[in-house]
Ligand binder design. Structure first.
Ligand code: ATP
Ligand code: MG
Length: 383
């Protein structure tokens, strides 16, 4: 991957342009970690980047970035820029910048602002190398101003701390506390995005308390409460688990705090249904029909975090495996059979009969055959 990036830098150089690797890749390289992707910054304008790499690109409208493909790898090439911030805390006006230095200055943290040239020489305008060495997250420039410009950076600080096992430097942390209120300007989509990445980072657990104390989640009281409980009884969770936990505590989906798709909300409904049964210790065969094993797993996790889990998943699965039918579809009779056998019109009674038949098979040992079930329904007796 690095080889292709160096080719790009060389191509810039022979054509009289500057080009540097910047951001996460350089940081991870200094930490002897494998980088995920390579970002390149250059003084070459996007149109010219396209000309230099003819077929091997496609352009994204976002931030004038050109994606260059070399040997199957993709490189995000962005022209030097500075961001002029408006007072709405979120819509920067982006301007092309002349120098690498000004491009570096608009970046969030020193560890993310180190550059590397085509000879793999490090160029560091912000003391990033030292901070990486000392495992520190520090804002580039005045932290108060930087968080005020874009409040999402506060979440990013905790995400990088959680990922790299770095400590957020004191001034930077204090600036987060003082800017906590400006989280209200960050869109729910961006918050969800950052939070879901952060939860999966290896050192999230170690940063959770600090994030709670920083106050940045004050505007999301239900999520905050769930994270406080998680902090007291920690388990690895993902964004869906968090949503389920917060929703279970609140007794309704917490959709006002972050965006969920319709499919996810349906899944959460299932989780809540299981959790309500499990917490009352009255889960039974019938609740396991049409089992959604994944939702059951999340429900058990939610209750474990709450210290109120009385079941083991294995035991529930054992019960499930003994069920003579595992879904209504497996019942030997359906609504139509009942309609015929009892000459019924479409009516709620048919549904009642189906339910009775299910109970008969699950609880009363009635054989799951058409004759046995019709006989049972007609005479109320087992064969
Ligand atoms: P990852 O390995 O997760 O991709 P990364 O450091 O590459 O980490 P990105 O989110 O991909 O992070 O961003 C690329 C670079 O762009 C960052 O390293 C940083 O320099 C800059 N950047 C991204 N988001 C912001 C922001 N909100 N404010 C300032 N700079 C940012
Ligand atoms: Mg990146």
């Amino acid at each position: 991957m690095l080889e292709g990036a160096l080719k790009i830098l060389n191509q810039f150089s022979v054509n009289g342009y500057e080009g540097y690797i910047v951001g996460g890749y350089v940081r991870d390289h200094l930490l002897n970690k494998k980088g995920k992707d390579i970002d390149i910054t250059t003084n070459c304008l996007p149109e010219t980047v396209r000309d230099l790499f003819d077929d091997n690109f496609y352009q994204s409208a976002k931030f004038k970035t050109v994606t260059v493909r070399i040997d199957g790898f993709q490189y995000e090439v962005t022209t030097y820029r500075t961001d002029m911030h408006y007072s709405d805390h979120r819509h920067p006006k982006t301007k092309v910048a002349k120098s690498l230095k000004s491009d570096v200055k608009r970046r969030d943290f020193t560890c993310n602002a180190i550059c590397m040239d085509k000879n793999m020489t490090i160029i560091d305008y912000v003391g990033g190398v030292q901070d990486v060495k000392n495992n520190i997250i520090r804002c580039v420039g005045n932290p108060y101003r930087r968080f005020n410009e874009d409040a999402l950076r506060m979440l990013r600080a905790f995400r990088f701390a959680s990922r790299l096992n770095f400590v957020i430097e004191k001034k930077t942390y204090n600036a987060i506390k003082r800017n906590a209120h400006s989280m209200q300007y960050v869109s729910k989509e961006r918050i969800r995005d950052e939070l879901s990445k952060m939860l999966l980072e290896p050192y999230f657990k170690d940063n959770l308390k600090l994030m709670i104390e920083s106050g940045i989640l004050r505007g999301m009281p239900d999520t905050l409460k769930a994270l406080e409980i998680l902090n007291a009884n920690y388990m690895d969770i993902n964004i869906i688990d968090l949503f389920a936990l917060a929703s279970f505590i609140k007794k309704e989906p917490i959709s006002s705090e972050f965006i969920m798709s319709r499919k996810e909300l349906k899944f959460i409904d299932e989780v809540l249904r299981y959790a309500k049964k499990l917490i009352k210790k009255n889960i039974e065969s019938r609740d396991l029909l049409e089992l959604n094993e994944e939702a059951l797993g999340v429900a058990l996790k939610v209750l474990t975090i709450l210290g109120q889990c009385y079941y083991k998943k294995e035991d529930i699965m054992l019960l499930y495996n003994t069920l003579p039918i595992k879904s209504e579809k497996e019942l030997a009779i359906n609504g139509l059979d009942i309609k015929k056998a009892f000459s019924l019109d479409d009516s709620p009674i048919i549904k009642e009969y189906v339910d009775k038949a299910i109970d008969a098979v699950l609880f009363y040992g009635v054989k799951n055959t058409k004759t046995a079930l019709i006989k049972y329904l007609k005479e109320g007796k087992n064969e």
